[in-house]
Design a protein around this ligand. Structure first.
Ligand code: NUP
Length: 239
């Protein structure tokens, strides 16, 4: 099971996960190194792996470690095959240096079980785009119950705070990572206030003229919102 694997943790500092959906190897390494001070993990998916090969996972991981800024790597492969093949994909991702693998939840419990034996997994319960309302959203609660048994955490949409809140109630203290910030419309910090642990940001950082500044600003917006909420709680208690 997943508990027997060598395990990395996602540590909460900036609360930002960089989605590195670039196609050029050098640009990808440069971007990850450039914003490393403002992120807690790097998420690598199909755009980069299909452009550069699976070796890019290890390359980014080594480059970050070498610069003294090691970060966990999340392989966003949205695994959704039969259990045996899904487990093979997770195993390959881990062998390539991934600390976590994103797996789709709609494959059912056998897929979740097989994947969790091969990797630490995040399960997609609901997605950030509009189309997710048709099929995934109506099943998201059932997927979350499976995630609670097998996953390290779940993926829930920053674009729909209600969904995050509902899912949080089911999964308890599992880790929630939320995409949809900036480019897809969610404001930095809103998913965290709704109950997420980390916000995933891609284009909002790598498409910015000054990536470092963009990452810095996102981080401060998140921290500001968290402080305001803490302040409100504090005042509420005193009254
Ligand atoms: O529901 C999801 N929405 C989503 O955008 C699940 C995801 N894994 N993602 C990923 O998050 C998407 O594949 C991309 O890598 C990132 C969001 O990027 P951006 O919209 O911030 O550029």
């Amino acid at each position: 099971m997943a508990s027997q694997l060598k395990q990395a943790e996602l540590k909460k500092a900036s609360r930002v996960i960089l989605a590195l959906d670039l196609e050029d190897r050098k640009e990808a390494v440069k971007t990850a190194l450039g914003v490393a001070d403002y992120i807690d993990a790097v998420k690598i998916g199909y755009p980069l792996v299909l452009s550069c090969g699976i070796g890019i996972i290890g390359e980014i991981k080594k480059a970050l470690a070498k610069s003294g800024k090691a970060k966990p790597i999340i392989a966003d492969f949205k695994v959704a095959d039969i259990p045996e093949i899904s487990a093979m994909i997770c195993k390959k991702a881990v062998e390539s240096g991934a600390d976590f693998v994103i797996v789709h939840g709609f494959g059912g419990e056998d897929v979740a079980e097989a994947c969790s034996a091969a990797a630490r997994i995040f399960m997609v319960c609901d997605m950030s785009h509009e189309g997710s309302r048709s099929f995934l959203e109506p099943s998201s609660m059932r997927i979350a119950r499976i995630a609670k048994k097998y996953a390290y955490g779940i993926v829930a949409p920053a674009t729909r705070e209600k969904s995050i809140k509902k899912l949080r109630r089911i999964i308890g203290d599992l880790v929630i990572i939320s995409p949809g910030v900036k480019a897809q419309g969610a404001a930095p910090g809103s998913a965290i206030l709704a109950g997420a642990d980390f916000e995933i940001v891609g284009r909002g950082i790598y498409n910015a003229k000054d990536r470092k500044k963009a990452a810095q600003e996102i981080l401060s917006e998140i921290k500001q919102k968290m402080r305001t909420k803490e302040g409100e709680h504090g005042r509420g208690k005193k009254q």
